[in-house]
Design a protein around this ligand. Structure first.
Ligand code: G16
Length: 542
């Protein structure tokens, strides 16, 4: 039976860079989940016997919300829900299922790289029928609805169990529980030359994939160990846990320190990689080298033609504005276009749908292609492996060769976490106020050539996004970008992105901290970081 239950609005359900993210206790407030889901269903209006994909990264509270989403989908007119077994679906696998099964959309439960557990983070995101995150106009409309919601609809019977593959019914709706891995693994096998990668591995090439006790464990085990023949145990921390084993499933130098340490040792594996909570991010590490996400994007774009899916070449590339311009230089050489978008994978969707770009990436450890409409950690690992299998060089050799050909773009992101929100807003406000007078100003040996607050007009639908980050560009090409994260759940996270291009091959071996030292100190003075936040050092440098 369908019940209509009265509710009262919450005023803080505004989706951020990637859906609604809050602490678990916040989500556990009465009807908090129900309100957001009903506002989503009301906004997209896609019930009408259509199909909805439901799944998440398996973090604490995932199962409860999967069950609620199933019951609410049944009450909102969906004809079928496709649910990952155990409520599990990596974000790219969910995107694939939406596309493959012609679903109207999907509910993806994840707070990505943020920690999980009873006091950890949780998140809900709606993806549209192209498999990608809902664009701004939809997330804004959902937010508007959450502010005036008065009732939600839910099926009174409990959701069928979803721990075994099979079909059930809830009222008139079919609940189809699917293996979360197989469709995705099949797609990867279509894109890449598995026999060639297998031959590389059979020849003694060793790898280590750190799933960080998050969702990619089963995907990486099936693909890397079962289908590609990597030694058992190559995938570490492979069992997904509700609290990620107490860890922080963020594939960066801090949280993937064990992997990096293993890769720095002489007898370490040839290739190392890690993914995040929901499987859309990636970290690539070679023997003795951590590849920055921006460099990885550039290398993948330059070498994509070595994989069967991209043999014909790539149509164009897109990167988020704060991502380094290394990929732009590849695009220039290939004679294809680079699109610079605001931070957030949702901004790539239209470009991919229109066939304007094939490969996209972000400094935040995200790379992907037109095979789905999300960034995809395992995909990036496989494209790297395909390239390695073709080129038979080390990761370090490939990256250094790339720098020799295109020049090196030194890059760092400095994160100042849990900054008082008012102070962080004040810092950004002050920068914006000074933008108009910044061009021509000298800082140390550098002169500002342009400064602006990034805005983007989508070339496909004409929608405009403003206030997407303060850019300060210096003569000679150095660049500092300031923006506030849209994914944090406590206070504000100030991100400062710093880059400098170096064409001189004799300088390519410099340490990034040294190569960027002058810009780092300018960032502090121009941004008044120390003065306004009291912080002397970033919490994380990626
Ligand atoms: C999300 C978005 C990405 C974005 C990242 C960081 O990733 O999908 O596009 O780059 O957040 O965003 P921010 O700088 O606003 O924190 P994920 O992996 O968290 O879903």
């Amino acid at each position: 039976m369908i019940e209509t239950i009265a509710t009262r609005p919450y005023d803080d359900q505004k989706p951020g860079t990637s859906g609604l993210r809050k602490k678990v206790p916040h989500f556990k407030q009465p009807h908090y989940v129900h309100n957001f889901l009903q506002a989503t269903f009301d906004t997209v209006g896609r019930g009408d016997l259509e199909t909805l994909v439901i799944g998440g990264d398996g973090r604490y509270f995932n199962r409860d919300v999967v069950a609620i989403a199933i019951r609410m989908a049944a009450a909102n007119g969906y004809g079928r829900v496709i649910v990952g077994q155990g409520g599990i679906l990596s974000t790219p696998a969910a995107s694939n299922l939406i596309r493959k099964r012609g679903a109207a959309g999907g509910i993806i439960l994840s707070a990505s790289h943020n920690p999980g557990g009873p006091n950890g983070d949780f998140g809900i995101k709606y993806n549209i029928e192209n498999g990608g995150p809902a664009p701004e106009r939809i997330t804004s409309a959902i937010y508007e609805k959450t502010r005036s919601i008065e009732r939600f609809r839910i099926f009174s019977a409990p959701a069928p169990e979803f721990d075994a593959v099979g079909e059930h019914r809830l009222g008139d709706m079919v609940v189809e529980v699917v293996d979360p891995v197989s469709d995705y693994a099949d797609l990867m096998e279509e894109l890449f030359d598995f026999p060639k990668i297998r031959a590389l591995i059979d020849g003694g090439f060793t790898l280590r994939f750190d799933a960080m006790h998050a969702v990619t464990g089963p995907y990486a085990t099936e693909i890397l160990e079962n289908r590609l023949g990597a030694a058992k145990g190559s995938v570490v921390n492979a069992v997904p846990m509700e609290d990620f084993g107490g860890g922080h499933p963020d594939p960066n130098a801090v949280h993937a320190a064990n992997l990096i340490a293993a890769m720095m040792s002489e007898d370490g594996p040839d290739f190392g990689a890690a993914s995040d909570g929901d499987g859309d991010r990636n970290l690539i590490v070679g023997k003795g080298i951590v590849v920055t996400p921006s460099d990885s994007l550039a290398v993948l774009a330059a070498n994509a033609h070595l994989a069967p899916a991209y043999r014909q070449g790539i149509a164009g590339v897109a990167r988020s504005m704060p991502t380094s311009q290394a990929v732009d230089r590849v695009a220039d050489k290939l004679g294809i276009k680079t699109f610079e978008t605001p931070t957030g994978w949702k901004y790539f969707g239209n470009l991919l749908d229109a066939g304007k770009v094939t490969i996209c990436g972000e400094e935040s450890a995200g790379t992907g292609s037109d095979h789905v409409r999300e960034k995809d950690g395992v995909w990036a690992v496989l494209l790297w492996l395909n390239i390695l299998a073709e080129r038979r060089e080390s990761v370090r050799g490939i990256v250094e060769g790339h720098w020799s050909e295109f020049g090196r773009t030194f890059y760092q992101r400095h994160d100042f976490e849990e900054v008082d929100s008012d102070k962080a807003e004040g810092l950004m406000e002050s920068l914006r106020d000074r933008l108009a007078s910044m061009a021509g100003q000298r800082f140390g040996s550098l002169v500002v050539s342009e400064a602006d607050d990034f805005s983007y007009k989508d070339p496909i639908d004409g929608s405009v996004a403003t206030g997407q980050g303060v850019r300060i560009v210096f003569s000679g090409g150095g660049r500092i970008v300031f923006r506030l994260s849209g994914t944090g759940t406590a206070g504000a996270t100030l991100r400062v992105y710093i880059e400098r291009y170096e064409s001189n091959p004799d300088r390519h071996g410099d340490a990034p901290g040294e190569a960027l030292a002058e810009l780092i100190s300018i960032a502090d003075s121009v941004g008044e970081i120390r003065r306004r936040t009291g912080r002397t050092e970033p919490d994380v440098i990626t």
